[in-house]
Write a protein that binds this ligand. Structure first.
Ligand code: BTN
Length: 260
């Protein structure tokens, strides 16, 4: 993939760094950012040998099957806004595939409506004082994996766009271009407001957790409650058993926990 002929974006991914094999597109994008690579750089590979997930997990992605890429962005915003970016990415992705039963799972995932992971997003950043120098948004999408491609431990918890589409092979380049075009405009909207408020109506239609009893693990702390949407800053809102509301700023959300 040396070029993307069908790409219609104005500035996003107009610079492209492709290698057939890379350690991690996030790491390569970070190196490029430190060497003054431009806003909107797309770093992409077919074979990621040291893909990173959240919480120091590895990212499973066999060569050639999936999309694994990172975007280098230079928003002129405070560092605290950057976690919102993952949610904008997730929304752009689920909305370009309207016929598939995809949902956003706070804070960084795209799941099926049956609770299987389809995509993960890993955002990192560097900042000086109160302004971001660069943000790296890494996206891994399970595109053309078959059931047999998944290791046993992921068989029930993960799926792919192909499996959701009646076993039809998905055109990865077209999917990438569709995503980039949608994300370019969503990112610009986000930049104007620096909050997720303009996305609330769209978000609600795709929120996997909404109305579900969940427990959020934030380090050693566990918060139980019923998921009740997100705040403009990207925190998760929970309604607790005593009727009070609280927010989770980060962490892993699981279904279950204490009933109200
Ligand atoms: C998660 O844990 O859900 C986040 C997974 C993010 C994986 C992507 S694949 C492309 C980019 N490069 C990486 O090393 N990780 C991200």
């Amino acid at each position: 993939m040396q070029t993307l002929p069908q790409l219609k974006t104005r500035w996003l991914a107009r610079h492209l760094l492709y290698q057939e094999t890379m350690s991690s597109t996030n790491l390569v994008a970070e190196d490029a950012a430190k060497q003054n690579a431009p806003n909107g750089l797309l770093v992409i590979t077919d074979n990621q040998t040291a893909g990173r997930g959240r919480l120091n997990h590895t990212w499973f992605s066999p060569a050639g099957r999936n999309l694994t890429f990172s975007l280098l962005l230079r928003p002129n915003l405070p560092p605290a806004t950057i976690p919102q970016l993952s949610l904008v990415v997730a929304l752009s992705l689920v909305e370009i595939l309207p016929t598939l039963p995809l949902r956003i799972k706070w804070p960084n995932d795209v799941w099926t409506d049956q609770g299987q992971k389809i995509a993960g997003i890993l955002s990192t950043m560097s900042y000086t004082g109160t302004t971001v120098d660069y943000a790296i948004v890494g996206i891994g999408i399970n595109v053309n994996l078959t059931q047999e491609d998944f290791p046993t431990e992921l068989q029930n918890t993960a799926s792919s766009l192909r499996l959701l589409s009646g076993n039809h092979t998905i055109d990865k380049q077209q999917l990438l271009c569709d995503f980039l075009l949608r994300f370019e405009s969503d990112y610009e909207l986000w930049l104007q407001h620096a909050t997720l408020e303009p996305f609330f109506d769209r978000w609600k239609k795709k929120d996997f957790l909404f109305g579900k009893q969940i427990v959020v693990e934030q380090g050693n702390t566990k918060i139980n409650g019923v998921a009740n949407g997100i705040t403009p800053g990207g925190n998760l809102l929970l309604r607790q058993a005593d009727g009070s509301c609280c927010q989770a700023t980060a962490g892993d959300a699981h279904l279950g926990g204490l009933k109200a």
